[in-house]
Design a protein around this ligand. Structure first.
Ligand code: GDP
Ligand code: MG
Length: 443
């Protein structure tokens, strides 16, 4: 799949991974390579330009979360922006309603893979327990109806076509028959060629008016270059395109033309076609797709961990700043803090205004962090969320469970209260707030 794009993107990433320190020059060079890779794969210039601008800006503005480096951050930004380009993080979710009639109409130019994809979708939904039926309204191309008919009988799905009838009549007859056969999810294959493009678009518009589809699915061939965008635009000026299926991503196509078209349309990709067989249809998920493109593995777990760390850090800090800090938040902060390195090193980097902290305090601080982590882990969820319920009986139980003394548990609770109060007052930048959160605990 998209082999040349894959290998050129991966070598751009390798450059970053291999660089010693990541400074602006390294970042810019890597981004240039990413740009080149995308342009060679036929991704359109304006899209590439805005993607690289975003990466550069974010690389300047954003800080890696605790425990991560600038290098990690840049790798993640490239990943993030590619995912964004392809529709963002939330996978396409638009399941047809069960038990209600739903009509999906496939459009696209001849050869894009409409007929094959209609059958693939029929099989996909049939396996999910839908009552599927298919109609061919391609009265233009000879043999189009038989092609779909054969595929439909192969997967044992009711089918209707009558090329001798005008499309409107064929549809009315077809839907009647399919309803009689109990079909609820009706897939409609349409013509992809006509005398000329204008008359094809006119027909598609007319067909859409009488079919009244719940969704129009545009089928785009991954082998199309830049012309994919104008094709997509032509269809979407006539009918409301609800999602796109990109076909032939298994081939040697560059893919970027089709992917650019999708980015312009701003509609989600619902599925991708990855082979000629009827099983060769995959649900599309931009994050997974980009992971494959970038040959993630290690990068994938990095991105996941960073996303989680960012999210937790953000939520945790928000709760803390609003005065609703839990012991889980404190635990998160302890862990984030520990990830930054040994405590004495961390303290050296803190903006403490030249205050010297003696070794003993540092050592004690390190010890405390460990102890508090174990203590919090010995509490149940309710206790972590609302430490005010901790009576002496619970304190004894927790001390026992964590191998500490009840005084240690009480000390932790005192620190927690102090931190909570301090956080309420600390309305500064987030990163500083998290550092201060850590510093206060060490006193
Ligand atoms: P239509 O004219 O839009 O209906 O396109 P067809 O469904 O007839 O497909 C045209 C050709 O593309 C056929 O040879 C299909 O087997 C092939 N095809 C469709 N989808 C895929 C795909 O995902 N991968 C590959 N390799 N071939 C495909
Ligand atoms: Mg066809």
């Amino acid at each position: 799949m998209l082999d040349s794009l894959k290998s050129s993107l991966q070598s751009a990433l390798d450059k970053i991974r291999g660089a010693g320190a990541v400074d602006e020059k390294v970042i810019n060079e890597a981004i240039k390579q990413v740009e080149k890779a995308l342009l060679l794969a036929d991704v359109s210039l304006p899209l590439v330009a805005s993607l690289s601008t975003r990466i550069k800006e974010r690389a300047k503005d954003e800080e890696p979360p605790a425990g991560y480096t600038r290098k990690d951050l840049v790798l993640k930004l490239i990943y993030d922006e590619l995912v964004e380009l392809l529709g963002g993080n939330s996978p396409y979710l638009n399941k047809p309603k069960r038990g209600e009639e739903t009509k999906l109409m496939l459009v696209g130019i001849e050869g894009s893979g409409k007929t094959t994809t209609t059958a693939k979708l029929a099989l996909y939904y049939k396996r999910q327990g839908y009552q599927v039926g298919v109609i061919s309204l391609d009265n233009y191309r000879l043999g189009a109806a038989e092609q779909l008919g054969q595929l439909a009988s192969k997967i044992d799905v009711p089918f209707f076509a009558d090329p001798s009838l005008p499309p409107k009549r064929a549809f009315e007859e077809g839907i009647k028959r399919l309803r009689e056969a109990g079909a609820k999810l009706i897939l409609i294959d349409t013509a992809g060629r006509h005398r000329d493009e204008t008359s094809l678009m006119k027909e598609i518009e007319e067909v859409s008016e009488f079919v009244k589809p719940d969704q129009v699915i545009l089928v785009i061939d991954a082998n199309l270059g830049q012309s994919a965008s104008s094709q997509a635009a032509a269809f979407s000026s006539r009918v409301k395109v609800g999602s796109v299926i990109v076909t032939k991503l298994d081939g040697s196509g560059k893919g970027g033309g089709a992917l650019s078209a999708v980015a312009y349309l701003k509609v989600p990709i619902s599925f991708i076609g990855v082979g000629e067989g009827l099983e060769d249809l995959e649900e599309f998920d931009a994050a997974g797709f980009v992971s494959r493109l970038l040959g993630m593995g290690d990068l994938k777990s990095l991105v996941n961990a960073m996303q989680l760390a960012e999210k937790e850090e953000k939520e945790s800090l928000e709760r803390m700043a609003s005065g609703h800090m839990t012991l889980d938040d404190m635990l998160n902060q302890i862990r984030a803090f520990k990830k930054m390195g040994p405590l004495n090193k961390v303290l050296e980097r803190l903006p403490l205004g030249g205050v010297q902290i003696d070794e003993e305090v540092k050592e004690k601080g390190e010890e405390n962090l460990k102890k508090w982590e174990v203590i919090i882990q010995s509490m149940n969820k309710k206790e972590r969320e609302d430490p005010s319920i901790l009576d002496s009986q619970r304190v004894r139980r927790i001390a026992k469970g964590s191998g500490t003394r009840p005084e240690d548990v009480k000390e932790l609770l005192r620190q927690y209260e102090a931190l909570k109060k301090a956080m309420k007052n600390a309305r500064r930048n987030k990163r500083l707030a998290s550092l201060l959160g850590g510093a206060r605990r060490c006193r």
